[in-house]
Design a protein. Structure first.
Lengths: 88, 571
C-alpha cells in the first residue's frame, strides 16, 4: 500500500473525485447547457459576429474542453505529490 | 502542370514518407506489433492519437455535414471533442495504471471472467468494423475524384491501399507514421481554410472569420448572410437547424461517451511510460484535434456561402449549364453531383424547395471547397493528400484493433492458447484482410454519410464499453454478472435500434423518421439510451448476484493512485 493509512487513501480519493466532478460540471455547462439546452436563450445575445449559443456550440465549448484537461493535469500532479503517490 | 499530375506527385510523396517510416520502424516481436515499446513521448503520442482519431469522418465529411446542417452539425463538434475530457478525467490514468494492452484485457481481468473478456472482444470487433466501414467510403470519395473514376472503383482502390499499408507495420510503425500524417493532414486542412477566410472576410484565422463581416460590400456578417440565404432558398436557418433538442442532446452525448469508450483510442494511453503521461497525452491530443475542430465550422460556412454563390450566380437566377464552374463538371464524373434541368431553362439552381435541381453528396464539400473558391492547383492536391492521410491513419489503427482482438484475445487467449508468436501474427494479418473486404462492401453500399456511419460506431462504444469501464474503476462492488449483463443489454439494444431503422445487410423494419423514433432520438443518438440501459441493467444484476472477490476489490484500490505503475503487461 502506497498510503501510510487507510484514511489518507480515502482522503486522496475524495479530493480526486471532487476535482473531477467540479471540472465535469463545467464540461456539462459549456456544452450541454450553453450549446444545446439553453441555446435559444443565449442566441438572443450577440457575441462579436456570432449568436452566443451558436458560438458555444461550435467554438467556445471546444476551447473550454482543452483548458479543463490542462487544469486537471496540473491539479492532479499537485495532489499526487501532496499524498506522496506520484511516480519517481 | 495539370491538377491530376500534381495530385499524383503530392500524394505519392506523402505516401513514400509514411511507408518509409513504417519500414524503418517495422514491428519485430508481437509486443511491438500491438504497443510501441513504451518509449513514446506524450507530445508525440498526443499527435499520433489526434491523427488516429481524426479520420475521414473528421477531415472529409464533418465540415461538409456542418455546411448542410448548420447548427445541427454542432453535435459532431462538441461530441468528438468533449469525449476527451471524459477520457482524461475518468479513464486514461486508471487504465494506464491497470497496465494491460487492450480493453478486453481490462474487462476480462477486472471482472475476473473469461466470458466478460469474450463479450468485450465481440463488442470491440463490432465497433471497429462499423468505424472502418465509414472510413472506406471516405477513402473512396478521395480516390474517385482524383483518379476521375466512379465511386465504386474509388472504394476498391482504397481497399487495396489500406490493406498494404496497415499490414506492413504494427503499432510502432503506426505511431511515428501517424505523427507524420497529423502534420500532413492539419497543413492540408488549414491552408485552404486560411486562404478562403482571407478571401471572404479578410480574417487570417478561420475561427474568427466565421463570425466576421463579409468583404462583398454588404456589411453583413457571414452567419447573418447565411441565415438570410437559407430563408430565401427554403432551408432552415443556418444558425438554428432542424433537429429536436432531445436528438441533439442524445447524439452529442453518444459521441462524447463513445469517444471515451473507443478501443483504438484507449489503447493509445497504454503506450506512454507513466500515469502522469497518460493524463497529459489526452490533453495534447485534444489540442491537436481542436485546431481542426474549431476550423471545421468555418470551412462549413465558407463552403456553403461559396457553393450557393457559384451555383445560383450573383443574381440568384441560376448559372447557365454551359458556363458551369469546373468544380461541378469535375465532380459530376464521380457521380456525386447531379444536375437535372427540371424547368428546362438551361440553368442550374440549388434550393431547399421545389425549385431545386441539384443533388450534391455532402461528403464532397471539403474536397471540393478549394476548387469552388478557385484556389491554386497545389492546394487542391494537398487536400487530397490530407484526406488520404486522415482516412489511412484511422483505418490502420482500427484494423490493428480488429486483428489484435481476433488473434490475441480470441485465438491466443481463448481458442488456441498454444499458437506461436508467428502464427498469431499471421492470424492478425488474415483478420485484417477479411475486415477490409467487408468494410469495402459497406463503403460501396453505405448506410449513410461517412460521419453518420462513424457516429453509429460511437453509439455502440457508448452502449457497451463506457459503463463497464467506468463502473470497473469507480464502483468496487460491480461484479462480473452485472458487467456482462450490462454490456450485452446495451449493445444488443443499440445494434437492434440501428438495424431496425437503417437495416444494414437487411431491409429496415420502419422508415427512419422522427415520428417513428423512441423519445424522438435518431439511430445516431441511440447509444446514449443504450448506455443508460447498460448502467441500469449492470447495477440491478449486481445487486442480486455474488459479491466481488476481495482480491479484485484490492486491485481496484491499487489503480486509483499513480505510484507503482509498471510497464504494460501482456499475459
Amino acid at each position: 500500500m502506497a498510503f501510510q493509512t487507510n484514511e489518507l487513501a480515502k482522503a486522496y480519493w475524495r479530493e480526486n473525485i471532487s476535482l473531477m466532478l467540479k471540472l465535469l460540471a463545467v464540461w456539462f455547462a459549456v456544452s450541454f447547457a450553453a450549446g444545446i439546452l439553453f441555446v435559444d436563450q443565449l442566441n438572443m445575445v450577440q457575441f462579436f459576429g456570432f449568436k452566443l449559443g451558436f458560438w458555444f456550440a461550435q467554438q467556445g465549448s471546444i476551447y473550454t474542453f482543452v483548458l479543463l484537461i490542462f487544469i486537471y493535469v496540473i491539479k492532479m500532479n499537485a495532489l499526487d505529490r501532496k499524498y506522496d503517490v506520484h511516480e519517481d | 502542370m495539370d491538377l491530376q499530375t500534381l495530385t499524383y506527385i503530392i500524394v505519392g510523396a506523402t505516401f513514400a514518407l509514411y511507408i518509409g517510416i513504417a519500414i524503418w520502424a517495422r514491428a519485430g516481436s508481437t509486443q511491438e506489433f500491438y504497443v510501441a515499446g513504451g518509449g513514446v513521448s506524450p507530445l508525440a503520442n498526443g499527435m499520433a492519437t489526434a491523427a488516429d482519431w481524426m479520420s475521414a469522418a473528421s477531415f472529409i465529411s464533418m465540415a461538409g455535414l456542418i455546411s448542410f446542417m448548420g447548427y445541427d452539425g454542432s453535435v459532431y463538434l462538441m461530441g468528438w471533442t468533449g469525449g476527451y475530457v471524459l477520457l482524461a478525467l475518468c479513464l486514461a490514468p486508471y487504465l494506464r495504471k491497470f497496465g494491460k494492452f487492450t480493453v478486453p484485457d481490462f474487462i476480462g481481468d477486472r471482472y475476473y471472467s473469461q466470458t466478460a473478456r469474450t463479450v468485450a472482444v465481440i463488442c470491440a470487433i463490432l465497433i471497429s468494423f462499423t468505424y472502418v466501414a465509414g472510413q472506406m467510403r471516405g477513402v473512396g470519395v478521395v480516390f474517385s475524384r482524383f483518379l476521375e473514376v466512379d465511386i465504386t472503383t474509388g472504394v476498391i482502390i482504397g481497399m487495396a491501399v489500406v490493406f498494404f499499408y496497415a499490414v506492413l507495420g504494427g503499432m510502432k510503425g503506426i505511431t511515428y507514421t501517424q505523427v507524420a500524417q497529423y502534420c500532413v493532414l492539419i497543413f492540408a486542412y488549414m491552408v485552404p481554410a486560411i486562404f478562403i477566410s482571407i478571401m471572404i472576410t479578410g480574417h487570417v484565422f478561420p475561427q474568427t472569420g466565421l463570425g466576421a463581416t463579409l468583404l462583398d460590400g454588404s456589411g453583413m456578417h457571414l452567419l447573418e448572410r447565411l441565415d438570410g440565404l437559407s430563408a430565401e432558398l427554403g432551408f432552415a436557418a443556418y444558425t438554428e437547424g432542424t433537429k429536436s433538442t432531445a436528438d441533439i442532446f442524445a447524439i452529442t452525448a453518444a459521441l462524447m461517451v463513445g469517444t471515451a469508450g473507443l478501443p483504438h483510442v484507449i489503447v493509445r494511453f497504454f503506450t506512454v511510460p507513466r500515469v502522469k503521461d497518460a493524463r497529459i497525452s489526452a490533453g495534447w491530443a485534444l489540442v491537436f484535434i481542436s485546431i481542426l475542430y474549431t476550423t471545421a465550422p468555418a470551412i462549413g460556412a465558407f463552403a456553403r456561402y461559396n457553393m450557393i454563390d457559384t451555383i445560383n450566380g450573383p443574381d440568384a437566377q441560376g448559372t447557365l449549364v454551359a458556363e458551369a464552374p469546373t468544380w461541378i463538371k469535375n465532380w459530376e464524373k464521380t457521380g456525386l453531383i447531379k444536375h437535372e434541368d427540371k424547368n428546362g431553362d438551361g440553368r442550374m439552381f440549388y434550393s431547399g424547395d421545389e425549385r431545386n435541381e441539384m443533388t450534391i453528396d455532402r461528403d464532397i464539400m471539403v474536397l471540393a471547397n478549394p476548387e469552388i473558391a478557385q484556389l491554386p492547383d497545389w492546394v487542391i492536391a494537398l487536400v487530397a493528400a490530407g484526406g488520404i492521410a486522415a482516412a489511412l491513419s484511422t483505418a490502420a489503427g482500427l484494423l490493428l484493433v480488429i486483428s489484435t482482438s481476433i488473434s490475441h484475445d480470441l485465438l491466443k487467449r481463448n481458442l488456441m492458447p498454444n499458437i506461436t508468436d508467428k502464427q498469431e501474427l499471421l492470424a492478425a494479418r488474415g483478420a485484417a484482410a477479411v475486415a477490409i473486404v467487408i468494410a469495402g462492401y459497406l463503403g460501396i453500399n453505405p448506410p449513410g454519410f461517412v460521419a453518420e456511419v462513424v457516429a453509429f460506431a460511437f453509439g455502440l462504444a457508448a452502449a457497451s464499453f463506457f459503463p463497464a469501464i467506468i463502473l470497473g474503476i469507480f464502483y468496487k462492488k460491480m461484479n462480473k454478472e452485472g458487467a456482462i449483463a450490462g454490456m450485452l443489454a446495451g449493445i444488443i439494444f443499440t445494434v437492434g435500434y440501428i438495424l431496425y431503422f437503417k437495416g444494414i445487410f437487411i431491409t429496415p423494419f420502419a422508415e427512419n423518421k422522427p415520428e417513428n423514433w423512441l423519445f424522438g432520438i435518431s439511430p445516431e443518438g441511440i447509444g446514449t439510451v443504450g448506455m443508460a440501459v447498460n448502467f441500469v441493467v449492470a447495477y440491478t444484476v449486481s445487486k442480486f448476484t455474488k459479491e466481488v472477490p476481495q482480491d479484485v476489490q484490492d486491485i481496484v484500490e491499487q489503480i486509483r493512485f499513480p505510484k507503482g505503475a509498471g510497464e504494460a503487461q501482456s499475459h
